[in-house]
Design a protein around this ligand. Sequence first.
Ligand code: PSV
Ligand code: MN
Ligand code: MN
Length: 388
Amino acid sequence: MSILRDDVLAELEAQAIELPSWAFGNSGTRFKVFGTAGTPRDPYEKIADAAQVNRYTALAPTVALHIPWDKVPDYADLRRHAESLGVKLGTINSNTFQEDAYKFGSLTHEDPKVRRQAIDHHLECIDIMDETGSRDLKIWLADGSNYPGQADIRGRQDRLHESLQEIYARLGDEQRLVLEYKFFEPAFYHTDVPDWGTSYAQTAALGEKAMVCLDTGHHAPGTNIEFIVMQLLRLGKLGSFDFNSRFYADDDLIVGAADPYQLFRIVFEVIRGGGLNNPDVAFMLDQCHNVEDKIPGQIRSVLNVQEMTARALLVDHEALRAAQLSHDVLEANRVFMDAFQTDVRPALAEWRESRGLPADPMRAYLDSGYFERIADERVGGVQASWGA
Ligand code: PSV
Ligand code: MN
Ligand code: MN
C-alpha cells in the first residue's frame, strides 16, 4: 500500500503552480547573461515551453506574463494559443523599474507626471487582464532611496496609497491586486514596500481585492518565513507566493534547492492555515535559470514543491497536537521531522503512472526530443530583461 493516503492524493491532484514566462528567457547577473540554445523568441514560444512543463507533470496549468516584456498586438490570440496547448494565462506582472522616468520612484514619485505614467501603466495591465482572463495584477515596486535624507519616506507612503487607490478602483469584480514586498535592491537604504507589514497596511487600506504577495527570496537571512505565512493566512491577506530559493539575497534559484526544510515548513503552515488549494492563495514560481536548462529547471521546481507538499501532508496532526499539549518538546519535533524525512518519491512516481503521467517527468521530457527541435528551429532568443 502506498504511503500516500487517498486524502493526501486528492490534495496533490488539485495542486497548481503558476510558471513565470520570464523563466524561459535568457537571464543572468549584471556580470553576464549566457545565451542558451532554443531560447524563446517571443511570448508565444515562452508559453509553448511552459506548456511542456505542464504536459509532463500536470502541475503547471497557468503562465504569468510580464508587461511590457510579453507585450503582443493581440492578447485574445495569445490566450487562444495558450489554451490550445492546454494552459491558461495567469497573473499579469507590471514593470515600473526599467524606464528612465522611474529613476526616483514610480507610484511614490514626487512628480505627479511620473506617478500618472506609472498609474496608467497599471491601468493598461488591467486592460490586458480583461483580455487574457487573468485574475491577479502583481505589483512589485523598485521604489526606494540609497541615502538617509535623500527622500521623504513618509510622503512616499501617502502617495503610494493614493496611486494604489486609483489602480484598485479600476479592478473588475473578479480581479485582484497583489502587492509584493522586498527588503532591498535595487534601492539600498530604504525601500517603499520592504516588508509584509507595509504590504499588509497598504492592501488593508484598499479593500478585500488587495492582498499580499510573499516572495520567498525577499527577506533578510534568518527570517522565519513560515511565521509570516501563518500570520497572513490568519489575517486573510495572503494572496500569492513567488517561490524560489536563495543562499544570499534575491538569488531566484530553484525552489527547494537551497533549503528544502524551509519549503516544507512553509507548506506545512499553508496546510495548517487552510491555504493549500484554496483559490485565494496563488502559488507561483519567480525564478531564473542562468546556467541550467530552463524547461528542466522548471520541471525540477514544480516537482520539488510537489514533494515537499506530499511530505507536509504526511505530518501526523493528532500526534503533533498531543505532544504540543503535553509540552513534549522532543516528541513534537520528532513527529514533524518524521514527515519531513519521509522519501515520497517512489510513491509519487507510482501515483503519476496510475494517472497516465510519466513516472519520471524529467526523463520523459529529456527523451521527448523537444529540446533538440527548438534548438534547431529557434535562433536568436530574447533575453528576459532581468533588471532586478
Ligand atoms: C524583483 O525582485 C523581482 O524578482 C520581483 O520578485 C518580481 O516578482 C519579479 O522581479 C518580476 O517583476
Ligand atoms: Mn517576485
Ligand atoms: Mn525578486
